[in-house]
Design a protein around this ligand. Structure first.
Ligand code: SAM
Length: 237
């Protein structure tokens, strides 16, 4: 019985095969789907052969649409919240809707799935017992302060970055965190998925020879981290 519930549904971060059975069942069962961009969500729904009414909630209209959506769910309709890719509310819109729904006593149920940060962590080989997710760094104000903080960070750090700013970010990491091991994941789960490992300086050199287009996740080793890899140990002998 799904009536009166809000489902927060993760969708793929590139490879459509990464949708879960539960996500498909949920998207089929709800009365309407709340999304960021109808064009993006329609591609997924067409692929899944699902046809549902779409309601857009994004950074521009969030406040206006929130109340209407919550009223509908309170009136016993069921809804699924999705974003353009991955897990809603993680560097994506939706958290205000979730908050508002909780305030109104609506049951919120997560349907887990793809997330670029967690996937990158899982293939990074860096410590995952404690990490900090910083998403996109502030573009102007506060950026330098944040980089100085990250230089002292004793936990693994996860950052998101776009095609347009990846080289700028790596140049800054080379300056502020020059010796830290970094894992850069590009286009994860997609056809041209790639992973680079090394210091920011090394990755920048490797970058010069490669295609730099796409979406990027960076996983940065904690301050003073030393690898325990048996391979590296044997190299030291
Ligand atoms: N909600 C998404 C999630 O669960 O990961 C993140 C959305 S955020 C607007 C988009 C950013 O996530 C991209 O700029 C990139 O930094 C990262 N990202 C998303 N998909 C990715 C992929 N397939 N490979 C690498 N990074 C990705």
């Amino acid at each position: 019985m799904n009536n009166g519930k809000l489902f927060v549904v993760a969708t793929p971060i590139g490879n459509l095969g990464d949708i879960t059975f539960r996500a498909v069942e949920t998207l089929k069962s709800v009365d309407f789907i709340i999304c960021e961009d109808t064009r993006v969500t329609s591609v997924l729904l067409n692929h899944l052969e699902i046809s549902k009414p779409l309601v857009v909630i994004n950074a521009h209209n969030e406040s206006k649409s929130l109340e209407r959506v919550v009223e509908r769910i309170s009136a016993n309709e069921s809804a699924a919240l999705v974003s353009d890719a991955g897990t809603p509310c993680i560097s994506d819109p939706g958290i205000r809707l979730v908050n508002f729904a909780i305030e109104k006593g609506i049951e919120v149920i997560g349907i887990p799935g793809a997330n670029a940060a967690i996937m990158a962590l899982s293939i990074s080989g860096l410590p995952t017992d404690s990490f900090v997710f910083e998403g996109f760094l502030p573009q102007k104000k506060g950026r330098q302060k944040k980089l100085l903080q990250l230089a002292e960070e004793e936990r693994t750090i996860v950052l998101y970055e776009s095609t347009y700013r990846i080289e700028k970010l790596l140049e800054e990491l080379k300056e502020y965190l020059p010796t830290r091991q970094i894992v850069v994941g590009r286009e994860l789960t997609k056809k041209f998925e790639e992973t680079w490992r090394g210091t920011a300086g090394k990755i920048l050199t490797d970058f010069e020879k490669r295609n730099k287009k796409g979406e990027f996740v960076l996983v940065i080793a904690p301050l003073n981290w030393k690898t325990n890899s048996p391979l590296e140990k044997s190299n030291e002998n």
